[in-house]
Design a protein around this ligand. Sequence first.
Ligand SMILES: C[S@@+](CC[C@H](N)C(=O)[O-])C[C@H]1O[C@@H](n2cnc3c(N)ncnc32)[C@H](O)[C@@H]1O
Length: 351
Amino acid sequence: MSDIVAATPKALLAYCRPGFEPDCAEEIADHAMCDGEFERGDGWILFTPHEKNVSALNSLVNKQLIFPRQTLLVHDRLTLVGKDRLTPIVTSLKVINTAFSDVWLEYPDTNEGKSLSSFCRKFGDYVAKAAAENEWLQPQRVRNRLHLFFPQQNEVFIASRPARDTDWVNGIPRLRMPVDAPSRSTLKLLEAILVLVDKPESKLREGMSAVDLGAAPGGWTYQLVSRGLKVFAIDNGPMKGSMDGHHQVKHIRDDGFKFKPKNPVEWLVCDMVEQPIRVAELIAKWFSAGNARRSIFNLKLPMKKRYLEVNKCFALIEAKLEKAGIPCKITAKHLYHDREEITVYLTVAKD
Ligand SMILES: C[S@@+](CC[C@H](N)C(=O)[O-])C[C@H]1O[C@@H](n2cnc3c(N)ncnc32)[C@H](O)[C@@H]1O
């Protein structure tokens, strides 16, 4: 058995929030370096290059894309007829003839998909047994994870990807709602910190200060405060619960588009419901003036051409910061806790 992936990937599978498949496809096409066909499921997209192109697929799977929750290299696709679903999978894996670090059984983020959760749990035990018998799982030697994705009970994609710490089963993070946080939006910033910020404990710590634009009732402020930061919470609305009158929080009733800090801050976060281009302009203004070094902000995307709008916003930020002589780095993700919006992480590039 080979150490690394011997099987040639044939396609790229991407999971996404149902309804965002066209955005996912547009982004993949933009990065693919080759032409191909798209097949759309509910909550997933399959991209198959017209001609065999392993390097294009490998490059795609390693890219940090915005709309896919998870990307996988597809080695095989099986229709499972009859009661014995295991044998065809085992036969296919014998042909693939590769060791993996782990195996995950997954399904789409739809009602139909969720109805497969108990099947996947039970069937996973049989798969694990077969994997042990064939020595397919070698976590000490290999970092490539096997994914069996069931778009429905009688169909499976046999896929894999290089495992990352930020991967979750089905691409969905299971985050616990802190009991004393004033709003569920707190999970959005928590997910953004876990997914987008490298070594967050060094980048969000005591002694730093932050501005939170559109802070009320305080879910995002809560995440910053719990990491020891002092927060200027800008909102005309009231801060609530544990964030109302907290000693690390200075609540300023002001317009987030007009507020100017007395001193620069390390972090600027922004969750105001506004046109994305206005938010992009605002964030670029703060960075150009040297008033913040890192930012997490939302771009609300109620429009049809979301990917186009995102690119316009990024182009604006990059152009303004280039003009100001500030090299920057932008990463972004359509988080599980995001609905019609994406979350962006901007840093000055030398970080
Ligand atoms: C989605 S909520 C923010 C939720 C917050 N991040 C949390 O975790 O609790 C949006 C907030 O932005 C505020 N907002 C909208 N436009 C604003 C503006 N121009 N200036 C200040 N706050 C604004 C609203 O008052 C509202 O409280």
